[in-house]
Design a protein around this ligand. Structure first.
Ligand code: ADP
Ligand code: ZN
Length: 535
């Protein structure tokens, strides 16, 4: 397409300043606006908080007619429309929360040319009625563009999969002259490819922003017990600040929230099992009050625009790097210093692996989920810059100013000590093998450290050649060894037997002494300080 005429670009800047109150474009916004305002297609990959909305709002206002925005969540649409109306932009939405009369009124406004932006849920957009409306609007020149927000919903492998998104190719087929812009904050290569293919965006210009969030400090700790005590330690550094604590399950959410409240933290629970009113009230409180800690499952967060979230803590292991990055991206949207803290333990890995293995999904999907979990474990156990590892996953070649690192993650700030774990790994793996690959880490550690428990007696495990060969390390250090072996794929959780660990195809090289291993030294557990808290 031709360059946007000078006066259009000026007009865009005027709108940006006068209507939206921003002095200048951010990142690639200007180029994206230009591309779409000129009638071209675009695929926009930008992190949460990067400023995606303006990329379709401005072109919609600049072009003749109304921009049609496909958005998966009603709550998200309503927030956007409300925000736009407050700025004086003519916006509306069509969704199941409107009665027929209200919907008819919006449709009339649209056909009359009285709307700049119309937000629609995908299933509504695809209805025969709406497609016919689109034909009429198109004839009258009332379709400025199609924006497909949260475009990763088209991906079958993501956790936000929405089958209707796949049918959105109809937009391109029926109205090929209307520009399309697809936007997402999920940028790993497989998802990107799937979006391009499923939405027929092969010819669209791709705008890939850096996903770096330099103001977020990343930190990973290894769980000591349930992890609540460590979480409380972490929260002490954030007193009076707003933040989100993500937990694995509804039950965990409730128990963690309860323990935080007992310890004097202003915490509220949020998960899909709570009554709608409670959820809405807690969310409102989090958005409006200062210093609320929301303890939540991942049901919480999509579309939450609170700029001063100072931390996002994961008290259990998330399922994938993409999910983790999206969740932590909710911290520090105002650009101020923020922390992303994650605690995980061997139990988390075993739980998640078992969940995948026992799930109903196809083998291909299970394998994909295992790979995603492995990537995340690799991140957790990495001794190099966390930011580099995260951005690398999104295909970004990050080189920081601090010896290649970012200078703002735990590994950059306090480089971890490592030790040669080759011998320890051999002992651990041969112990797994000697007792038939049927036992969990706790029992294996009892054998290695030469305990004399009932279970050891019962199985006669004190006669194994591996009994008491690991007394040079204590139980905590052994847990670290097992955790890192699982993370490295040298041991795996048995899907059939709860907690049991077994060897993998790659264990043999270690057992034969052909592969050397370097482990991260486990930090000494911190002494309890001040009043004791339950953990
Ligand atoms: P995303 O949808 O990518 O998560 P939003 O479109 O919601 O991001 O924008 C995030 C925040 O950044 C909003 O508060 C928005 O007002 C602000 N913002 C967007 N563009 C600019 C800009 N050019 N200058 C200043 N602030 C901006
Ligand atoms: Zn770093």
């Amino acid at each position: 397409p031709d360059r946007m005429p000078r006066d259009t670009l000026d007009h865009a800047l005027d709108l940006l300043r006068d209507t939206f109150g921003h002095p200048a474009f951010r990142g690639e916004q200007a180029d994206i606006v230009e591309q779409v305002a000129n009638g071209g297609d675009a695929l926009v990959l930008m992190p949460t908080g990067g400023g995606k909305s303006l990329c379709y709002q401005l072109p919609a206002m600049l072009r003749d007619g109304c921009g049609i925005v496909v958005s998966p969540l009603i709550a998200l649409m309503q927030d956007q429309v409300e925000g736009l109306r407050q700025l004086g932009v003519r916006a509306a939405c069509l969704n199941s929360s409107l009665d027929a009369q209200a919907a008819a009124k919006v449709e009339q406004q649209w056909l009359d040319g009285d709307l700049d932006l119309l937000y629609v849920a995908p299933e509504r957009l695809l209805s025969a009625r709406m497609l016919a409306m689109l034909d009429r609007a198109h004839e009258r020149g009332q379709v400025a563009l199609f924006a497909i927000d949260e475009a990763h919903c088209v991906s079958q492998w993501g956790h936000d999969f929405r089958p209707e998104y796949r049918q959105l190719t109809v937009l391109h087929e029926r109205w090929p002259d209307v520009p399309r812009i697809a936007l997402t904050a999920t940028a790993d290569a497989p998802t990107r490819r799937e979006i391009v293919e499923r939405l027929a965006l092969e010819d669209a210009r791709q705008f890939v922003s850096s996903f770096d969030r330099p103001n977020i400090r990343y930190r990973v700790v290894h769980k000591d017990g349930g992890g609540t005590r460590q979480l409380l330690d972490f929260l002490r550094g954030h007193e009076g600040e707003s933040g989100i604590v993500y937990a694995f399950s509804r039950k965990r959410v409730e128990s963690v929230a309860e323990q935080l409240v007992e310890a004097g933290v202003h915490a509220l629970p949020y998960h899909a099992g709570l009554p709608a009113e409670t959820r809405a009230a807690n969310q409102r409180h989090f958005l409006q009050a200062d210093g609320v800690v929301m303890v939540a499952t991942i049901a919480f967060g999509m579309g939450i625009d609170k700029p001063d979230v100072r931390f996002v803590a994961h008290v259990d292991l998330p399922k994938s790097v993409e999910g983790y990055y999206q969740e932590t991206g909710r911290a520090g949207r105002d650009g101020g210093p923020a922390e992303a803290w994650l605690s995980y333990g061997l139990g988390d890995v075993v739980n998640l692996r078992a969940l995948i293995d026992r799930g109903e999904a196809s083998d291909a999907r299970k394998q994909l989920e295992r790979n995603k979990l492995d990537a995340l474990l690799g991140y957790c156990e990495s001794t190099d810059c966390r930011r580099q590892a995260l951005l690398g996953w999104f295909g970004e070649d990050y080189i920081g100013a601090h010896d290649g690192g970012c200078g703002n993650c735990d590994n950059c700030l306090e480089p971890p000590e490592t030790w040669d774990g080759t011998e320890a790994a051999r002992k651990a793996l041969s112990c797994v093998y000697r007792c038939g690959q049927r036992f969990g880490a706790g029992h294996l550690i009892d054998i290695l450290t030469g305990k004399d428990s009932d279970k050891i007696q019962q199985y006669g495990h004190d006669t194994l050649s591996t009994w008491a060969i690991g007394q040079d390390l204590d139980a905590r250090q052994w847990r670290g060894v097992f955790r890192q072996l699982v993370a490295a794929g040298l041991l795996e959780a048995d899907a059939e037997r709860y907690n049991a660990l077994r060897l993998t195809a790659t264990s043999a090289a270690v057992l034969r002494g052909e592969r050397r291993l370097s482990f991260r030294r486990e930090p000494e557990p911190r002494k309890r300080r001040g009043r004791t808290t339950r953990s």
